[in-house]
Design a protein around this ligand. Structure first.
Ligand code: HSE
Length: 438
């Protein structure tokens, strides 16, 4: 049987999952590809630790020098699974120059330097696949490139960061503050220490940038995607949201506005019956709407050795099939034969319009409600409901309002004025509302 050789650079969680899937399912994979897919070399700075899978530490195929993998003439596919921006980019570009096909799980690299890497793949006539970069084991990249390719994608809304979703789920179920839940999550190994890029929205925005690139066939400026994390969410907000019939989730949203793309990552209140409201723990989910297919939902584990191994190996299989069939041309990384004539732009965050949840901290004195409502009215922000239950927090009471759709620019200006009032004792919390009829 023909053999196709793979080199792995980076033998951490994802690398080990990739090796494990390739060896556990080698017969199934050989049948599907029509060739044996063999891991010929693995590079990692640590070649001594036992990963708990049947590749023995220090075995001949392991090296601390990534270039040994890249320079091996027998290797046709390189899996870059080390992560990070500097060295990983260098290795990917070198591998492509040598005519190797590349698989990567590196979401930060693709979101921040995608244009250069996609171009290098095309110029060198090699394949570049990155299923594991978004949603772990969920085959969302394949769905967008293939299954949904007949559609104009109108909406993409996802829970793309498992760490944040785990933290918000625990805060909701146990009524605990962020700090306490993070401490526990780190201790149990569910979160990095500290989980900065997960909880500040960066990781989800990286993934959203990749999804947008595939949907629109061009790399987008990651830095233009407005993002907010979950650090300001309190158990009070989660409780008020529940009373109003909502759950709080960290959402990554892209909407096709025709001339622009609305893209954003932030905590959002979604109605309890919304399909994404019931995605809990470390799970990810991506809701897609296409003009012909209608709504689609993809759900699964967004991280972990076996789910990410599944995604990386699916890419290796698709490249191996092309090699096996002798395909002369490779599919471009974004699966678009030509870039759309118009450069897509991300809509400025000020122009976003959503209903809003505001939690004001105010003294419990006559006139507070009318004063705040008056300022909102000055900015044409219409109130839908109000809760004030007299719970005392640091000498003030929380005053909660849900509004109808408000322009972000107006909401921020109104809050700035309200926060200057003597009767307002703390910074106002604003959470956008999604998926409701407000
Ligand atoms: N750190 C990511 C998450 C997993 O928490 O979802 C890898 O993309």
């Amino acid at each position: 049987m023909k053999k196709i050789n793979v080199g792995i650079i980076g033998f951490g969680t994802v690398g080990a999952g990739t090796f494990e899937a390739l060896s556990t399912n080698r017969h199934i994979i050989a049948d599907r590809v029509g060739a044996e897919v063999i891991v010929r070399k693995i590079a990692d700075l640590d070649i001594d630790t036992d990963r708990g899978i049947p590749v023995k530490p220090g075995r001949e195929c392991m090296t601390t020098d990534a270039m040994e993998v890249i320079n091996d003439p027998e290797i046709q596919i390189i899996a870059e699974l080390m992560g990070g921006l500097g060295k990983a980019k260098e290795f990917i570009l070198k591998a492509m120059e040598k005519g190797k096909h590349v698989v990567t799980a590196n979401k930060a690299l693709l979101a921040e330097h995608g244009e250069e890497i996609y171009k290098a793949a095309d110029q060198n006539g090699v394949g570049l696949c990155f299923e594991a970069s978004v949603g772990g084991g969920i085959p969302i990249i394949g769905a967008l490139k293939n299954g949904l390719s007949a559609n104009r994608i109108t909406t993409c809304m996802g829970i793309l960061n498992g760490t944040s979703n785990y933290i918000l789920t625990k805060m909701t179920k146990k009524n605990l503050p962020y700090e306490e839940v993070v401490e526990e999550a780190v201790a149990l190994g569910f979160a990095e220490d500290p989980p900065t890029l997960d909880v500040d929205g960066t990781d989800a925005a990286h993934k959203l940038a990749i999804l947008i690139s595939i949907i629109f066939g061009q790399a987008v400026a990651f830095k233009d995607i407005p993002r907010e994390g979950i650090l300001s969410i309190t158990p009070d907000d989660i409780r008020f949201a529940r009373e109003l019939g909502y759950s709080i989730k960290l959402l990554a949203i892209a909407t096709d506005l025709g001339d622009k793309v609305e893209a954003r990552v932030h905590p959002a209140m979604i109605p309890k019956h919304h399909i994404l409201a019931n995605v809990n723990g470390a799970y990810n989910a991506i809701y897609i709407e296409g003009d012909f297919v209608g709504p689609n939902l993809y759900y699964g584990l967004g991280a972990g050795r076996r789910p990410t191994g599944s995604a990386v190996v699916s890419d290796i299989i698709s490249l191996a099939r092309e090699i096996r069939s002798g395909a002369k041309k490779r599919l471009s990384p974004l699966a678009h034969a030509s870039s759309p004539s118009k450069k897509i732009e991300i809509q400025p965050s000020d122009e976003i319009q959503t209903p809003c949840y505001f939690r004001f901290s105010a003294l419990d004195t006559p006139g507070v409600l009318s004063k705040i409502a008056g300022i909102l009215a000055d900015f044409k922000i219409s109130i839908s409901s109000v809760i004030q239950k007299g719970r005392v927090t640091k000498g003030s009471v929380p005053l909660v309002m849900l509004t109808h759709k408000a322009l972000e620019r107006d909401a921020k200006k109104a809050i700035a004025i309200i926060d200057e009032l003597d009767m307002v004792t703390d910074k106002t919390v604003m959470i956008r509302v999604e998926g409701s009829k407000l």
